[in-house]
Ligand binder design. Structure first.
Ligand code: HEM
Length: 442
């Protein structure tokens, strides 16, 4: 019986997985997974201690996990660490609680609601662009983080973070960069204390903002919409739920976009002919004006450039699920309790779907090229009922920022500085991601 079960395991390394990533917990994982996929195929099995892990590397099976068989998979233990920061917000809620919460907050993220933030987004992007100085080395990563933090704070709380103390932005950086592994291991260490101080700081900021909104501040921001969101019976969200949602949207909603934008500008610096093509589109659609709600959907090549950049550098590079019961996938038996991993990094670099996968080529996203590719060969925002709720917001901020910046600037790579991705829970652009901005109109 035991032998028979072992025979049904998909191929994979037979030794327990070498867990040598402590300290830099994710640094080598993405390429290790790429190699496992290349060596063993579409479903790879390995053990991590006593835990069965299945790495899923084909879009059809990814579709099964996220969509067709989504009821059989939950986030399970994958989420336990995030709860201490995000409470029971949308990213971390499960089952009925998730469905109910999602239903209540979904209207806030409808296209027409989100489009109302367009003028503020453009204003913040223009202010940033005006601050830059020609030819002076610019830390793109820091600039994009500051911009997207201000954009999400403005949309969520009706205020920018620059207007608050620098301690708050420091606190946010600490929360985003402290790896879960560190939190678990160093229970009383200084990392953990700094993390807790930062968490308390951000929580206090959110609590104050909620109190001010209850007293009438903010009319059209997301927080005021959260305060008025109701379920089918007219019940409002509780104080803790509002706090958890605000914390989740704030933290999930800016570092990811900052990473996507940094890598896009970096790629455009390396591929000047693509930057020129993008400029030509901006000239013909915007004719020198700022983008608006009316014409931003016409920026098709700009969108293709961003799509392709999130293929090469997906801000969320891996997702995990836990099998709720015994499941069959691709002819293999996956036992209840097993962990299933889906990696955007691996699938987005698969040469079966993207010939010459390392090449930055926005034309891969022309309708004819898209049509022959399986749907889930590209899933930067996940899929199924847990699809990213901020997807439209992210596209909008991304496209509008690229359009605003590229109307004024080109970027030149600084010789000798090769940027390598920094993998944590998400793929971040490393600090000190320097380029030189060159004005296009003198
Ligand atoms: C480029 C930017 C972004 C990327 C790549 C991204 C990626 C993702 C992915 C892959 C998931 C699914 C996780 C899973 O199923 O395990 C997700 C979920 C989520 N994202 Fe995003 N995200 C981005 C921007 C945003 C923004 C702007 C917000 C909010 C303002 C946001 C809020 C959320 C929330 C609340 C969830 C959980 C949804 C649910 O389970 O119902 N994200 N995101």
């Amino acid at each position: 019986m035991h032998t028979q079960a072992q025979n049904t395991y998909p191929p994979g390394p037979k030794l327990p997985f070498p867990w040598q990533f402590i300290g830099r917990p994710f640094a080598n994982l993405p390429d290790t997974f790429l190699n496992l996929a290349a060596q063993y195929g579409d479903i790879v099995h390995f053990m991590l201690g006593r835990q069965h892990i299945y790495l899923i590397n084909h879009p059809d099976f990814i579709q099964e996990v996220l969509i067709t068989q989504q009821r059989n998979f939950t986030k399970g233990r994958v989420l336990q660490n995030s709860r201490q920061l995000l409470g029971n917000g949308l990213l971390t809620a499960e089952g009925e609680a998730h469905i109910q919460q999602r239903r209540m907050v979904q209207p806030i993220f409808h296209r027409e609601q989100i489009n109302k933030h367009i003028p503020q987004i453009i204003q913040l992007a223009e202010e940033m662009s005006l601050r830059w100085q020609a030819n002076q080395p610019l830390d793109l990563s820091a600039e994009m983080t500051r911009l997207t933090m201000n954009i999400i704070a403005q949309a969520l709380f009706g205020t920018t973070i620059d207007a608050q103390t620098p301690a708050l932005s420091n606190a946010i950086q600490v929360l985003l960069t402290t790896p879960h592994a560190v939190l678990r291991r160093i229970r009383a260490g200084s990392n953990k204390r700094e993390f807790q101080r930062s968490q308390a700081h951000l929580t206090a900021f959110i609590e104050t903002s909620i109190a001010e909104h209850k007293n009438g501040a903010g009319q059209s921001d997301i927080l005021s919409q959260l305060l008025h969101a109701t379920d089918g019976q007219g019940c409002l969200l509780g104080q803790q739920q509002i706090q958890d949602h605000a914390m989740t949207f704030f933290l999930a909603g800016h570092e990811t976009i900052a990473s996507a934008l940094s890598w896009t500008f970096y790629l455009l610096a390396q591929y000047p002919q693509i930057a020129e093509k993008l400029s030509a589109e901006l000239d013909s659609v915007l004719v020198g004006y700022s983008p608006s709600a009316e014409n931003y959907s016409q920026l098709e090549y700009t969108k293709m450039a961003l799509t392709e950049s999130m293929r090469l550098y997906p801000p969320a590079w891996i997702m995990g699920r836990q099998a709720q019961q015994d499941v069959t996938l691709g002819g293999y038996h996956i036992p209840q309790g097993a962990t299933v991993l889906l990696s955007q990094w691996v699938t987005h670099h698969d040469p079966r779907f993207y010939p010459n996968p390392e090449l930055y080529k926005p034309e891969r996203w022309l309708p004819a090229a898209r049509a022959v590719r399986p749907k889930m060969a590209y899933f930067p925002f996940g899929g199924g009922q847990r699809l990213c709720i901020g997807e439209h917001f992210a596209w909008m901020v991304g496209i509008l920022t690229i359009a605003t910046v590229m109307q004024t600037w080109r970027f030149k790579q600084i010789p000798g500085r090769r940027m390598t991705p920094e993998f944590t829970v998400t793929l971040r652009s490393p600090n000190g991601f320097y380029v030189r901005p060159i004005p296009i109109k003198l």
